[in-house]
Design a protein around this ligand. Structure first.
Ligand code: ADP
Length: 190
């Protein structure tokens, strides 16, 4: 099973991903979390990613695709598959993922887009920046991330629409209510 949780920065992917991964026994793969861990440890990958992440830009596709392929390789036998959070973020990443899945006779079950307006996204990320000290959650970098999302990530939507794998959900409201709507879509897709 391969489920993609999609949407702009600050839309709640991280929160919902944890709930989904637990309920459906999936490995939660967050490219943002992996990058932050690598940066914290000061690895070569972390060091090369740092300037992109801190400026709100995307890390180059070859780096991210390599990192993702490694993460999907090892899945515990007791799990049902993967939940991707923050990947794919470009059409090239989507193509690489689907090619990889096709080579083992698989395909993404569904991409779920969490829709949230920019005003709400900005206020959520400002709050998160204050609470967690996440360096890219500051007004200037947030603006850049939203711009990068619109230009480079949004096209991933039409890629999955063409495959008939795209659904969207209103990301405003109570966490549990949104989770309920996500579960309905996952169950239709598996
Ligand atoms: P958010 O969804 O709130 O922007 P993430 O934690 O998913 O946060 O990502 C943080 C940063 O990590 C991004 O702004 C980008 O620099 C980098 N990043 C994460 N995933 C990818 C990806 N798939 N491709 C390129 N860069 C990525």
């Amino acid at each position: 099973m391969t489920i993609i949780l999609f949407g702009p920065p600050g839309c709640g992917k991280g929160t919902q991903s944890e709930l989904i991964a637990e309920k459906y026994k999936l490995k939660h793969i967050s490219t943002g979390d992996i990058l932050r861990a690598e940066m914290e440890m000061g690895t070569e990958l972390g060091l090369s990613a740092k300037k992109y992440v801190n400026e709100g830009k995307l890390v180059p596709d070859d780096v991210i695709i390599g990192m993702l392929m490694k993460a999907i390789k090892s899945i515990d036998a007791n799990l049902n598959g993967v939940l991707l959070d923050g990947f794919p973020r470009t059409t090239a990443q989507a193509e690489a993922l689907e090619e990889k899945l096709t080579s083992s006779n698989k395909q993404t079950n569904v991409l779920i887009d969490l829709r949230v307006n920019d005003k709400e996204l900005i206020s959520r990320m400002i709050l998160r920046g204050k609470a967690t000290g996440r360096v890219d959650d500051n007004p200037e970098t947030i603006k850049k991330r939203l711009q990068v999302y619109a230009e480079q990530t949004y096209p991933v939507k039409s890629f999955y629409q063409k495959l008939n794998k795209y659904v969207s959900i209103d990301g405003l409201g109570k966490i549990d209510d949104i989770f309920g709507k996500i579960c309905i879509e996952i169950e239709k897709a598996i």
